[in-house]
Design a protein around this ligand. Structure first.
Ligand code: SF4
Length: 373
């Protein structure tokens, strides 16, 4: 079983925090981009040869800017080149300002059965501060529109840990999401990434990022509200109602193989990880010349060990010591570190599987780093 990720590198506006690969001036070459993506699917299909495709994920960028014809041409190419499972999960990332009744119906007619809406907030000041292209009214209206069109697997993204965001605002964000009846919430703590507007504000001392304490408080509130509402906390940043976990993202975290197409997209074939050039013109040119530009690395034993550790710890299924030991023998310092973390109450070990405790979830990345080889 395998997944396919398609990166659509178009956006209407640059959000202040975003370090993904995208362009806001794409109209002149959008056709060439979609053609290149279809060609790449055909020329790189051997990366996941013989595998049945069980998830397809349109990410970006902003895939909801694709026309129906563009979306359909990519899906048709996938269906031509691969065996696709009949129950395939097809997710499209969409921004609230792109969602209207006819567009949502078009997506359903093309086979999209899961929407991941990048609404980030229901709070006007926060949306403006993040330079989002949509309004609060659009954040709220887009969900019933998608539901009426027949999409009953809806995820939304929310961002917390904004400077000066008090707990009251954050609780209201979560409660609004719950009232709208979504099945899945991905909640991300705001981080200041290099080469973003936020990082330039920090450098110029125009911005003081939120303290770790405030971010932890928001995370604690998030867990409490969503667990009370019946959501399962299945990955550090992801919560789902029963039967609504993201199959596509879960397969990354379980180490499954996938093909990523489009500029900057990553792929993994079980041994090698590769990533396409993050430059739209060079990507299109490379594909046209039948010389796709990408880099790759062979995962060392240490890489494999650390990745399994990080992704497993962050997820509800934990990380198996047997599986880790099959990659590299578990040495004394690793076992000692694990014992320390257990004493602190941050991890528990049950039948050879290590899980984060409720408290440990606030320190997931630090815990993994303490255990890395
Ligand atoms: S957050 Fe999404 S919409 Fe905003 S710039 Fe990044 S990819 Fe584009």
């Amino acid at each position: 079983m395998a997944g396919i990720y398609i990166h659509i590198p178009f956006c209407k506006k640059a959000c202040t925090y975003c370090d993904f690969h995208f362009s806001t001036t794409f109209e002149k070459y959008r056709e060439a981009m979609v053609r290149a993506i279809c060609t790449e699917i055909s020329i790189r299909k051997n990366r996941i040869d013989g595998e049945v495709v069980e998830t397809i994920y349109f990410g970006g960028g902003t895939p909801s800017l694709l026309t129906l014809e563009e979306l359909q041409s990519i899906l048709d190419t996938i269906h031509t080149e691969f065996e696709v499972q009949s129950e395939v999960e097809i997710t499209l990332e969409a921004n609230p300002d792109d969602i209207d009744v006819s567009k949502a119906q078009e997506w359903v007619s093309a086979g999209v059965n899961r929407l991941s809406i990048g609404l980030q907030s229901f709070h006007a000041e926060s949306l403006e501060w993040m330079n989002r292209a949509h309004t609060v009214a659009q954040s709220i209206a887009c969900i019933p529109i998608a539901q009426q069109a027949g999409i009953h697997n809806i995820s939304i993204d929310l961002i917390y840990g904004l400077p000066n965001m008090d707990n009251e605002v954050w609780v209201k964000e979560i409660q609004t999401a719950l009232q709208l009846g979504v099945q899945h919430i991905s909640a991300y703590c705001l981080t200041v990434e290099p080469n973003t507007v936020l990082s330039s504000w920090v450098k110029k001392e125009k911005l003081q990022p939120a303290s770790n304490e405030l971010q932890n408080e928001h995370f604690t509130v998030l867990q409490k509200e969503l667990l009370t509402a019946g959501f399962e906390h299945y990955e550090i940043s992801n919560f789902a109602l029963p039967n609504f976990i993201s199959k596509h993202n879960s397969s990354y975290w379980k180490g499954a193989i996938y093909l990523g197409v489009g500029p900057s997209a990553h792929s993994y074939d079980g041994k090698y990880r590769s990533w396409n050039i993050a430059n739209n013109q060079r990507y299109i040119q490379g594909i046209a010349n039948n010389q796709p530009e990408f880099d790759f690395e062979l995962l060392t034993k240490e890489n494999q060990f650390n990745e399994l550790l990080l992704t497993g710890l962050r997820a509800k299924w934990g990380v198996s010591l047997t599986q880790l030991g099959a990659i590299l023998p578990l040495n004394k310092s690793f076992l000692k570190q694990l014992e320390n973390l257990e004493k602190k109450g941050w991890v528990v070990c049950n039948e050879n599987i290590v899980y984060l405790t409720q408290e440990g979830k606030s320190w997931a990345d630090k815990i993994a780093q303490d255990l890395f080889v």
